[in-house]
Design a protein around this ligand. Structure first.
Ligand code: ADP
Ligand code: MG
Length: 687
């Protein structure tokens, strides 16, 4: 067996008990150990003399234990160990709390290195609970930067450091170089052995930087290449349905009340070409809110149906699914296409009827929510699955949907624009199409941030729009702690508006706790123009489309993230009328002011998502776990974006030379990817 894959238990000095603790940290093998990265470092190169220590400083000094330790028990559960350290300039007191085992270790005369916070004690200066370490007579391990590791109870830093040193020794010269030689040379990377040693025990700050760059590079490289090879593998091994082109699609497009934008045409062409191949399509359509993704989806569904197959469209909320259903039924009904609607809240009888229609092939297009991927939903011949607002679903759900057919074509749509570099990581197994153009005549939504003492003026402004025949949304924030409470706040605001500020206008209410029938009625009333103002919770965030609505008031806007505000704002500005978005900001924090500022000055979804990333960081932004990505050990999708770009360029070069990604020239790298992505691949293709 390989030395790197050796069980951590067999490292000298580890044994079953410590290996149990290490496993809790996710360390099973020697290789895991060397990839257990320091969470920070203690810079001990600057060693001070005791006489120069000052309270409030973090300091490292060197000296001798100058006498026997005093052990005190001032309280029942408190054990203090006190002793002094002396160098040629003076004395300082060290205190440890509840570390009885130290008694045996602290031998008078022992030379030690101490690192910790200097404080004022009762008599002179004191250092409490420092890191303390024996040093040999030569003081050989004095001048260095020491790692501080993520740990777990029962496993001290000193132990981790010594296990790490042994692991590095074992790895030694057999450290494996997975990166191709050319890649190392082109990018001036250091070798893996140097990198691993210097990430744990940096010889200098410079060496640390070089090491870190190389390891971040490697981690991104393996992940990105892995995702690409999954994609290649899927393409090679799976056979899908090749669909034919058909004039009906042109007929359909010509019957639309508008002309497709160039971007819509281009993206549909990309989809269409994919669907004509007998390898399943795996494509992401990314387009800002309002760019017109739905119609592209409808054309794709039509293509599947006129070829004699079925198509499915899954949306994250019932409201959106229903809207799609009504819209698509209206568009495709005249072509003799049967569209059905499947959601969890249907009655048993209705559901059974629809399930039967799906199974017999009587239904051509099925539109619904998660209900589509439940057991018991069996398709007659499913050739295309579409997930709308993919960022609301995980990779797993997308895969479950695809598994409802025999290698159907897969299309996913998202309005959350992600910079390309990150999309390649998040959706690395997908081809990407971008609708980078809004339908003509759209005016940028004018956005204003106001405080709540201006509510009267704000709603006066809304009234003017209503009097001009337009409609308005009022969005109330989701209150995290309880779904009940956010419904409550929406109810209260609706009451307040209809009785006071917007008296005389028809105010409707929409929230997640309403029955499907009630929601349907409200949405319908709003669409028809019977309802002037729709007060709702964030249920209108995705997809809802009523072009005559031109004002959106967002209550307590400070509670929303930028991407969410942008999505919400996307509900207006869907016609030729000038639209407005008013953010009621109750917070004076710098961050919410910055958010409001960005919203007032930008309508470009890409810019906004980049800023959002900057403010929130990628973890919160994407919920990487939800996307099924492996956790990164040293690389950070946000902080190291430039390195990621470099990596992607490098991989593009490799793919040019080796388009099938056989990696025949790099057998080690290939083996590594197979090992690492075997599970991931299963997960992604979910077979
Ligand atoms: P999104 O990309 O946010 O899902 P939709 O598909 O809901 O956007 O489209 C937004 C609105 O724009 C809809 O009312 C739709 O009918 C309209 N629309 C779509 N394409 C065009 C176009 N080419 N010209 C004019 N209006 C369009
Ligand atoms: Mg949409």
């Amino acid at each position: 067996m390989d030395r790197l894959e050796q069980d951590i238990q067999y490292i000298k000095g580890v044994g079953p008990k410590k290996s149990y603790l290490l496993k809790r940290l996710g360390i099973n093998t020697v290789e895991d150990m060397v990839w257990h990265m320091p969470r920070s470092y203690d810079d001990r190169r600057n060693i001070q003399k005791i006489i120069n220590l000052r309270p409030g400083e973090k300091a490292t000094f060197y000296g001798k234990i100058s006498g026997r330790a005093n052990v005190l028990r001032p309280k029942k559960n408190l054990l203090l160990i006190k002793f002094n350290i002396r160098d040629e300039t003076g004395d300082i007191e060290i205190v440890f709390f509840n570390k009885s085992y130290l008694k045996r270790v602290l031998i008078p005369g022992q030379k030690v290195m101490v690192s910790g916070d200097v404080k004022k004690g009762f008599k002179g200066l004191q250092v409490a609970n420092p890191i303390i370490e024996k040093v040999d007579i030569h003081g050989g391990n004095r001048q260095r930067i020491t790692p501080i590791y993520p740990s777990t109870e029962g496993l001290g830093q000193k132990e981790l450091i010594s296990i790490q040193k042994r692991a590095l020794q074992i790895v030694g010269d057999s450290a494996r170089e997975y990166l191709p030689k050319g890649t190392i040379q082109n990018n001036k990377l250091c070798g893996i052995k140097f990198a691993l040693h210097n990430i744990h025990f940096p010889a200098s700050v410079q060496a640390f930087k070089i090491a870190k760059y190389r390891l971040v590079f490697e981690e991104f490289f393996l992940l990105q290449l892995g995702l690409f090879s999954i994609k290649k593998g899927m393409l090679q091994n799976r056979k899908g349905v090749a669909l034919k082109n058909n004039d009906k699609i042109n007929e359909f497009v010509e019957g639309l009340p508008f002309v497709l934008t160039e971007a819509q045409e281009r993206v549909f062409k990309e989809i269409s070409q994919d669907m004509e191949k007998n390898i399943p399509m795996n494509r992401l359509v990314q387009g800002d809110v309002g760019s017109g993704k739905t119609i592209v989806a409808v054309m794709s569904l039509l293509k599947a149906v006129i070829n004699g197959h079925q198509g499915g469209l899954m949306a994250p909320t019932e409201i959106l699914a229903e809207q799609h259903y009504l819209h698509i039924r209206e568009l495709l009904g005249p072509f003799g296409i049967k569209v059905v609607f499947l959601v969890g809240s249907l009655s048993k009888n209705e559901k059974n009827k629809i399930l039967q229609e799906i199974e017999s092939g009587e239904a051509d297009i099925v539109i619904g929510t998660h209900a589509l991927i439940q057991e018991g939903v069996n398709f007659y011949s499913l050739a295309l699955v579409i997930t709308d607002e993919q960022h609301r679903f995980g990779v797993r759900q997308r895969a479950m949907f695809a598994n409802k057919g025999k290698n159907p074509h897969v299309l996913v749509m998202t309005a959350t624009p992600i910079p390309r570099t990150l999309a390649l990581i998040l959706y690395g197994d997908l081809d990407i199409s971008i609708i980078d153009q809004l339908p003509p005549g759209r005016k940028a939504v004018k956005t204003y941030s106001r405080t709540s003492d201006k509510r009267n003026n704000i709603y006066d402004f809304v009234k003017k729009q209503l009097d001009d025949g337009r409609q308005a949304y009022v969005v109330c924030p989701l209150i995290e702690e309880s779904e009940h409470m956010d419904v409550q706040s929406a109810v209260e605001i609706a009451d307040e508006l209809s009785m006071d500020l917007l008296r005389g206008y028809n105010v409707g209410l929409l929230h997640g706790k309403m029955s499907t029938k009630e929601k349907e009625k409200t949405m319908d009333g709003f669409k028809k123009g019977d309802i002037d103002v729709l007060v709702s919770t964030t249920v209108v965030e995705v997809g809802v489309d009523t072009p005559n609505a031109t004002v959106m008031v967002i209550e307590s806007a400070e509670r929303f993230g930028l991407t969410q505000l942008h999505q919400l704002r996307g509900r207006v500005g869907r016609s030729n009328y000038q639209s407005y978005c008013i953010l009621i900001n109750n917070s004076q924090s710098k961050i919410s002011e910055r958010r409001m500022d960005i919203m007032q000055h930008t309508t470009d979804g890409f810019v906004i998502s980049e800023k959002d990333l900057e403010i929130r960081g990628p973890g919160e932004f994407f919920g990487t776990k939800q996307h099924g990505l492996p956790e990164l050990k040293i690389a950070d999708l946000f902080k190291h974006i430039t390195i990621l770009k470099t990596v992607q360029k490098e991989i593009e070069k490799i793919m040019m030379i080796d388009p099938g990604l056989t990696l025949d020239d790099y057998p080690m790298l290939r083996k590594k990817l197979e090992q690492r992505f075997y599970l991931e691949e299963e997960h992604l293709s979910f077979s």
